[in-house]
Write a protein that binds this ligand. Structure first.
Ligand SMILES: [Zn+2]
Length: 338
């Protein structure tokens, strides 16, 4: 998929196109941003641009990959020998052997493309020995290779590696773009609206979503978390449940933060304000009426802080405990003020 077809990442795409057209691509990029917003797709668009046999031009200047030549089609189909996505083995870690293989191949001539592109996705799953091996490769630039390290947060990478990468940030997708992507995949308008709202700005999640199921899971999560705030014991239990796996906790935090955001919007804007979870308007308005705005904002701050902590590899269970305790404190403080 060429640059022109990537939705909702204008800032990142403009930056990359400019660097490519000016012939000033760095040796390594770090594409940072939440999951499912187009980082890998954009890395492939960049790989197409640098290897396209018939780029789209404006005047004499190349503007984009054509998306149709043999190189573009092979890259799009994951069949190009010089454009490699390095994924964690067994879905857990990128190993030193994988990086050694990359390092070895990066010193050789490309098989058929101009610029070999190595996409490490997600790069934060590199074990430390693997990261050190990659660092060595980046320190001794070999050939024309371009590296793209995909990561949720740049701070998850070793500082020494990060210092050799140019960071390009990707944003959560806006609802309009999510709807467009979902419609493109043949979803009905009703499903599209609900899935866009429930996906936390991630196209990947929106596409995988069963709306009825997702609403049920969201409602259970919100109810369980709020019920747990009644007692410290319940908080510890709930934290354990939430922290069972890191990805699950990240998704739960996105859901909770979306719900809290709705509370704030309902508090300030009343019932006419647009909510992320529009189907929950009556319950949200009711709860918002009972909570002081300061408590809602404190709760939101606790949730955002938990998201940041996870991005910095904090312990999931401690992060969840801390967040729930802060939510409880915020509610207690709110009650005192009333
Ligand atoms: Zn092409």
């Amino acid at each position: 998929m060429p640059f022109a077809k990537i939705l909702g990442q204008e800032r990142a795409v403009t930056h990359l196109r400019r660097a490519w057209r000016a012939g000033r691509l760095p040796q390594a990029y770090c594409f940072a941003g939440p999951p499912g917003v187009g980082k890998r797709t954009t890395a492939l668009a960049l790989a197409q641009a640098v290897n396209c046999l018939a780029p789209v031009t404006e005047g004499a200047r190349a503007e984009d990959a054509c998306g149709a030549c043999i190189a573009c089609r092979k890259i799009g189909g994951g069949l190009h020998p010089d454009v490699v996505i390095v994924r964690p083995e067994g879905k857990t870690v990128i190993t030193i052997d994988q990086i050694r293989e990359v390092a070895k191949r990066a010193t050789l001539r490309p098989y058929e493309g101009r610029t070999p592109v190595w996409i490490l996705d997600p790069a934060d799953l590199m074990q430390e020995p693997a990261a050190n091996a990659l660092l060595k490769t980046l320190e001794e630039p070999a050939g024309a290779s371009l590296f793209v390290l995909v990561a949720a947060s740049p701070s998850a990478l070793l500082p020494t590696i990060l210092s050799r990468c140019q960071v390009v940030r990707f944003d959560p997708l806006g609802e309009a773009h999510l709807r467009e992507i979902l419609a493109h995949h043949g979803r009905t308008p009703e499903d599209t609206a609900a899935a866009a709202a429930l996906s936390g700005g991630s196209a990947e999640r929106a596409l995988a979503l069963d709306v009825g199921e997702a609403r049920g899971a969201r409602d259970r999560l919100v109810a369980q978390v709020w019920a747990a705030l009644d007692s410290p014991v319940a908080i510890l239990e709930r934290a354990e449940g939430l922290a069972r796996d890191r990805a699950g906790l990240e998704a739960a935090l996105t859901t909770l933060a979306g719900f809290t955001r709705d509370l704030a919007v309902a508090k300030v804007g009343g019932t006419s304000a647009p909510l992320v979870n529009a189907d929950r308007l009556p319950e949200t308005a009711q709860l918002a009426a009972r909570c002081p705005l300061s408590a809602i904002l404190d709760i939101f701050a606790a949730q955002v802080e938990a998201q940041r902590a996870l991005a910095r590899h904090a312990n999931p269970r401690l992060t969840a405990e801390r967040m729930l305790l802060r939510m409880r404190q915020a509610i207690e403080k709110g009650q005192e003020m009333e």
